[in-house]
Design a protein around this ligand. Sequence first.
Ligand SMILES: Cc1cc2nc3c(=O)[nH]c(=O)nc-3n(C[C@H](O)[C@H](O)[C@H](O)COP(=O)(O)O)c2cc1C
Length: 184
Amino acid sequence: MKGLFVNACVREKSRTLELCREYVKKHWDGEEISEFVLKENALEPFNAQMLQQRDADIFAGDLTSVRYDCARDFADADEILIGAPFWDCSFPAMLKVYLEHVCVNGITFGYGNDGTPLRLCKAKKLVYITTAGGYIGSPNSLELYLKELCAMFGIQELQIYKAEGLDIVGNDTEAILEETLKNL
Ligand SMILES: Cc1cc2nc3c(=O)[nH]c(=O)nc-3n(C[C@H](O)[C@H](O)[C@H](O)COP(=O)(O)O)c2cc1C
C-alpha cells in the first residue's frame, strides 16, 4: 500500500499534525509512505503563462515534466491523507494551490473521446483531518468541496475527522483531542 500524506499544517505545534501523525501510526504502519510538506515546498499559484504551458503539454500528450509530479504522485497513491487546520472557513491557501496542481487533465482525471469523465486516481480512500478553533457547522463548503474533488478523481470513500472548539475558552482542549484520537 502506498500512502501519500499531504501535510498542510503550518504552526510549529500544530494540533492537526499531531492527529495526522497518530493516524499514520495507527493505519499505515509498515506501509510505503511519502509525505509532501506544503510549507517546505512552495508551489506557485497558476498564472496565465503556467496555464498556457499546461494546455500545450496536455495537447501534446506529454505530461512527463516535473511540473506534474504532484499530480502523478496523487494519482498513484493507494490511500491519501490530507491534514490541514481549519482556516477562514476552509484551509490554508497553500493547500488550494496544491490541489490546483493536482487537478491535471490526463493525470488525475480526464475525458473519453465521447466526453465521458474519466476518473484516474488509484486511491479508494481519502482521509481529511482538520482541527478548528470554533465549530465547523453543517452543511459547509469545505466538505462539499472535498466530496466534489473525490468524485472528479474517482476516489470512492471520503473520511473526514475534525476536532472542533479547540480555541473556545472553557473547553477542555486535551479531552477534545483525545476523543478525536480515539476515533481515528
Ligand atoms: C489564519 C487562521 C484562520 C482561522 N480561521 C478559523 C475559522 O474560520 N474558524 C474556526 O473555527 N477557527 C479558525 N482558526 C482557528 C484554528 O482553526 C485552530 O486554532 C486550529 O486548531 C489550528 O490548527 P493547528 O493547531 O493545527 O495549527 C483560524 C486560525 C488561524 C491562524
